[in-house]
Design a protein around this ligand. Structure first.
Ligand code: IPM
Ligand code: MG
Length: 368
């Protein structure tokens, strides 16, 4: 087999269960290098609270530059109660926001798929969620997360005022809408765009720009506009009406957590954050599980590594042009679930409980 060129992957395990789930991805990469003669070059470094402990900084410049130079960053999770009272600028979450903003990762893809083996794990009725397969495209570098002015300032009478600003420009809206339309073209050709145009000017602009780009470039895709609160309700009432949902940073944060719960377990859901394509079609990217650092179960060997493993599958597909290997890895996950192996978070009667590393090993044993 021909050796491909070295491909740099940066692993940032982070905090809580992050290191445990990233370890399983490392095992898979090692397997691919050996068995498929791929030439992934793995580097690994600190981020979040782990970085704060050593450097008093949630992400050092050195790690940030490593991320800039990698083809894909795979992140575990950041944060934990230990760092809750730190100054805003030192919090583990700042590392995540800095990576998103400065790598220009504007499109966050969060699939919510209800695995047939786990229909019963959802808190919704089986008929509502079985076969569910939606994709949330969340804008990730704009809106209220980053808008200026921001801060807390003293005002008269000893009162204080907290300020955040929600802003979007046309081009920020258009580029994320394009990602949504292009994904829909490969799926069921339906996009739902969510905002609050009934109360927010930025929402009016969002609606108008999404409609304009659809009319000019994507006549083959059906577009519906929906107010974000209604979308939250519809996701519970009839989630299968959706194919691709595109929305801003804050609504996307909330709607994707809600959608994740439809599938029964946060431990299964991957995500991809994609950047701007350069003239060679290459882009920066970061992949991470949708779940957080889960400090309550960290270090016990019981975390579910599937979300992180499926995030790596997304990296193979979207950043590394290894579609076949991505399919292969996703099928391996399915086979292991078919055989009834479950980590604690998705365990049900009659199924076999396995640890984080046993789950990783079982998935590797199904790779071809
Ligand atoms: C997410 C998380 C982050 C966010 C936090 C950890 C900063 O909730 O990725 O959904 O709010 O974007
Ligand atoms: Mg969130």
């Amino acid at each position: 087999m021909i050796k491909t060129k070295k491909r740099k992957i940066l692993l940032l395990p982070g905090d809580g269960v992050g290191p445990e789930v990233i370890l399983e991805v490392k095992k898979i990469i090692t397997w691919l290098n050996k068995k498929k003669s791929l030439d992934f070059q793995i580097d690994e470094d600190l981020v979040g609270g782990a970085s704060y402990e050593k450097h008093k900084n949630p992400i050092t410049d050195e790690v940030f530059y490593k991320a800039l130079e990698s083809e894909a960053v795979i992140l575990g999770a950041v944060g934990g109660p230990k760092w809750d009272n730190l100054d805003f600028s030192k919090k583990p979450e700042r590392a995540l926001l800095k990576l998103r903003k400065e790598l220009k990762l504007f499109a966050n893809l969060r699939p919510a798929i209800c695995f047939k083996q786990l229909v019963e794990a959802s808190s919704l009725k089986p008929e509502i969620v079985s076969g569910l397969d939606i994709m949330i495209v969340r804008e990730l570098t704009g809106g209220i997360y980053f808008g200026e002015p921001r801060g807390i300032k003293p005002i008269e009478n000893g009162e204080r005022k907290g300020i955040n600003t929600h802003t979007y420009t046309s081009s920020e809206i258009i580029r994320v809408a394009k990602v949504a339309f292009e994904l829909a073209q490969k799926r069921n050709k339906k996009v739902t765009s969510c905002e609050k145009s009934n109360v927010m000017e930025a929402g009016v602009l969002w609606r108008e720009e999404v409609q304009k780009i659809k009319d000019s470039d994507y006549s083959d895709v059906e577009l519906n506009h929906m107010l974000a609160d209604n979308c939250a309700m519809q996701l519970l009432r009839n989630p299968k009406q959706f194919d691709v949902i595109v929305t801003d940073n804050l609504f996307g944060d909330m709607l994707s957590d809600e959608a994740a719960m439809l599938t029964g377990s946060l431990g299964l859901l991957p995500s991809a954050s994609l950047g701007v394509k350069d003239k060679n079609g290459k882009m920066r990217s970061m992949y991470e599980p949708v779940h957080g650092s889960a400090p309550d179960i960290a270090g016990k060997g019981i975390a579910n590594p599937i979300a992180t493993i499926l995030s790596f599958a997304m990296a193979l597909r979207y950043s590394l042009e290894l579609e076949k290997e991505a399919d292969n890895l996703e099928k391996a996950v399915q086979k292991v679930l078919d055989e009834g192996l479950r980590t604690k978070d998705i365990l049900s009667k009659g199924k076999k409980e396995v640890s984080t590393s046993q789950m990783g090993d079982a998935i590797i044993s199904k790779l071809k």
